[in-house]
Every structure is written in structure tokens, then in C-alpha cells.
Design a protein around this ligand. Structure first.
Ligand code: PMP
Ligand code: GLN
Length: 383
């Protein structure tokens, strides 16, 4: 394995899911729902296969999906993107992120990431031979946020891009306008590209609104907006994502993407186009269900003795393990199957400054009510 990839090993998600399977534990680690997406959308995928959509689709993606993505952006956010040239379909958001970083960053360029960060960000930056500059999200008034001065100070002469993720995995923070404006200001002043991962765009709670970075003044022209069907429609295994950006940025990302995967699988694209057009009511229902699941898991974790940080979005809850008498989340995550028959994610896996994430554990609540109920019953044994 090349030197620049050696620090990464196996992803924490694969490791913890394997642990859950081996120990027969309830898996509240890796974030994937245990129920299916909208039935008619699933049926569309089957029909697409039956109807012969089984050969290479066009490189930028099936036109129906590119149009559906553009219509969705216009309808939800008032953002206009041309489906021919400003939308590119990718193999999940993961490919979109990697292709964007590879397309836009020269070796030695710096990329700002907010830590804790989604694990593929660091690997994508390393693959490009670029350097990550973490800005730490810290807990303030019960939510993770950043200090704008720290963000500004992280920008140097080699900074090329800021990787933004809101709603944010793994903290559940949804950046508000003020936070987004602080990011936008730095991007405009220092001429940076924003790579904006918005895969949880529809999973926000308590009436909190997701604001796409590209809607801020001067940002549409410098933002690569990324999303995916996995979270919105509970089809994480479909690996169908997309970017929206000005044509020159899309052309750059496509220049890389064509040699990573050339194109994304055809049948899912037709089904997701249908989902974006016809199943947004279902997505709103999912959002309401998830909010109730969040509240159920939070209540259970609090009863079990965890310190709980209430997320405004995503399907993850951060907990502080210190009230239970534990100190190291990595150690507790490894022992949790034996102590309680539950698997969670050690949040420190997402930090460069590991000590800052040491006492956090992440639990996923995108699970059936009875699974959440059983998990919290088991976790009561901890105290
Ligand atoms: N970004 C974030 C923040 C995620 O949590 C995930 C994982 N689901 C992804 C990107 C990857 O999305 P996809 O499965 O569409 O590649
Ligand atoms: N996004 C999911 C999570 O954060 C997992 C994705 C993966 O397994 N790579 O749990």
C-alpha cells in the first residue's frame, strides 16, 4: 500500500459492523436504516432492470436523474442548475467527494476540514497528495460549533478548498446562517472552493432548516454541492449521488470521475429520479419518524447515564461517556458488546486531535423502534 494511505487502515464503520456481527450485538454503529425506502421507488428500480436499462448510461448520468436533481434544487432551495453541464451523477457522495478533491487540489494544497470529520474526507485529501487542516468543532450550549477566528487562522497561502458538511456527521449539528456566513466569508475573501457535503439535507428536526452553502451571496459560483439518495430515501446500498456546481467545476470533477468509474449504475438512477419527483412526502414522513426515534434513543441513553448532545439533524447522537465513569470512547466501544451487547462508534476515529474526541461515543437511531428499545434496555446495565 502506498505510504500516503497507510495511516487509514480499515474504516471504523467496517470494523464496528464486523464486531456487531461477530458478537451478535445490536448495531447502532454504522449509519444505515433497517427499513426500506419508498415501495414505489424500489419497484421503479426493478422495472428499470426489466425494461432493459442495463447498459452504460451516459458519463454525466441518466438525463432523467440530472433533470430531477435540477428541479429538486430549484424547488427546495431556489437554486438553478443546468441539467446539461451543471449536474453530474456519481457513485454515491463518496465518489463525488473524492473526485472533487482529486480534481481541484494539487499535491501540497491544503484543505480545511471540520473535525470530527466523516472518515472519507481525510483519505480523499491524502489520495490527492493534499494536506488536511482541521478546525475543531467544540461543544457550546449543547451543540458542536466552531470559532470563526480559528477557521480564518487555518487558511494559509496553500489553502485551496474547505470541505463542509451540514447537517454534520458525526455531531448532528446543522450549521445556522451565521456559521455558514463565516465559512462563506473566508471562501470569498481567500478565493477558496467549497466542497459541500449535504447528504443529510432532508434529515433535520424540530423545524431546523437546512441552508445550502451555495445559497449564500457569492457562493454558488464557488461551491461544489454534493448529495446522495442513500440517506433521503433509505437506500444506502444504492450508492447513487450527484454534484451540482458551475460548469467549469463540474467539468473538472467529471474529468476525474470518468476514470474512477466512468459512470454510475443505470437502474438506480431512474428510480432515484422518480423518488426526487414523486416521493418527497415519503421523505418528510421519514424525517418525522427519525425525530421520534431520536427522542426515544436520547431518553434511553439519558436513563442509562450518558451525557447526551441533542442533534438537530442526521441520524446520529453524540454522547459523553464520562458521567458513566468511562474516559476512553475507543476502549468502551471495543468492550460495549461484552458489557451491553450493543455496538457504537468511537467518535475519536474522526479527529486528528484525538484527545478532543476521546470521551464521545456516537449512536445511530435510524433503526426500528423495538431495536432502539432493546438497545437502551441493554445499555442500562452499564451504570
Ligand atoms: N458524507 C457523509 C457525511 C456521510 O455520512 C456519508 C455516509 N453515508 C457519505 C458522505 C457517503 O454517502 P454515499 O453512501 O452516498 O457515498
Ligand atoms: N455514513 C455512514 C456512517 O457514518 C457509514 C458509511 C460507511 O460505512 N462508509 O455511519
Amino acid at each position: 500500500l502506498v505510504r500516503r494511505m497507510r495511516e487509514f487502515g480499515t474504516t471504523v464503520f467496517a470494523t464496528m459492523t464486523k464486531l456487531a456481527v461477530e458478537t451478535g450485538s445490536i448495531n447502532l454503529g454504522q449509519g444505515f436504516p433497517d427499513t426500506d425506502g419508498p415501495a414505489r421507488m424500489l419497484e421503479r428500480a426493478v422495472e428499470a432492470v426489466r425494461d432493459g436499462f442495463n447498459q452504460y448510461p451516459p458519463g454525466p448520468g441518466v438525463p432523467e436523474l440530472r433533470r430531477a436533481v435540477a428541479e429538486h434544487r430549484e424547488k427546495w432551495y431556489g437554486l438553478a442548475y443546468d441539467p446539461d453541464g451543471e449536474v453530474l451523477v456519481t457513485v454515491g457522495a463518496t465518489e463525488a467527494i473524492a473526485a472533487a478533491v482529486l480534481a481541484l487540489c494539487e499535491p501540497g494544497d491544503e484543505v480545511i476540514v471540520f473535525e470530527p470529520y466523516y472518515d472519507s474526507y481525510a483519505a480523499a485529501v491524502a489520495l490527492a497528495g493534499a494536506v488536511r487542516r482541521p478546525v475543531t468543532l467544540r461543544v457550546d450550549a449543547g451543540r458542536f460549533t466552531f470559532d470563526p477566528a480559528e477557521l480564518a487562522a487555518a487558511v494559509g497561502p496553500r489553502t485551496r478548498a474547505v470541505l463542509v458538511n451540514s447537517p454534520h456527521n458525526p455531531t448532528g449539528t446543522v450549521f445556522n446562517r451565521q456559521e455558514l456566513e463565516a465559512i462563506a466569508e473566508v471562501c470569498r475573501e481567500r478565493d477558496l472552493v467549497a466542497i459541500s457535503d449535504e447528504v443529510y439535507e432532508h434529515l433535520t428536526f424540530d423545524g431546523v432548516e437546512h441552508v445550502p452553502l451555495a445559497t449564500l451571496p457569492g457562493m454558488r459560483e464557488r461551491t461544489v454541492m454534493i448529495s446522495s439518495a442513500g440517506k433521503s430515501f433509505s437506500v444506502t446500498g444504492w450508492k447513487t449521488g450527484w454534484i451540482c456546481a458551475p460548469a467549469p467545476l463540474v467539468a473538472a470533477v467529471q474529468a476525474v470521475k470518468q476514470f474512477l468509474t466512468f459512470t454510475a449504475a443505470a437502474p438506480w438512477q431512474l428510480a432515484v429520479a422518480y423518488g426526487l419527483r414523486e416521493e418527497m412526502d415519503w421523505v418528510n414522513g421519514l424525517r418525522a419518524d427519525l425525530q421520534a426515534k431520536r427522542d426515544r434513543l436520547i431518553a434511553g441513553l439519558e436513563t442509562a447515564g450518558f451525557g447526551v448532545l441533542r442533534p438537530a439533524g442526521t441520524y446520529f447522537v453524540q454522547t459523553d461517556i464520562r458521567p458513566l465513569g468511562f474516559d476512553d470512547g475507543l476502549e468502551l466501544a471495543r468492550r460495549l458488546p461484552e458489557l451491553a451487547g450493543v455496538v457504537a462508534i468511537p467518535t475519536q476515529a474522526f479527529y486528528d486531535n484525538v484527545s478532543r474526541g476521546r470521551h464521545f461515543l456516537r449512536f445511530a437511531f435510524c433503526k426500528k423502534d423495538e431495536v432502539i428499545a432493546e438497545a437502551v434496555t441493554r445499555l442500562r446495565h452499564l451504570s
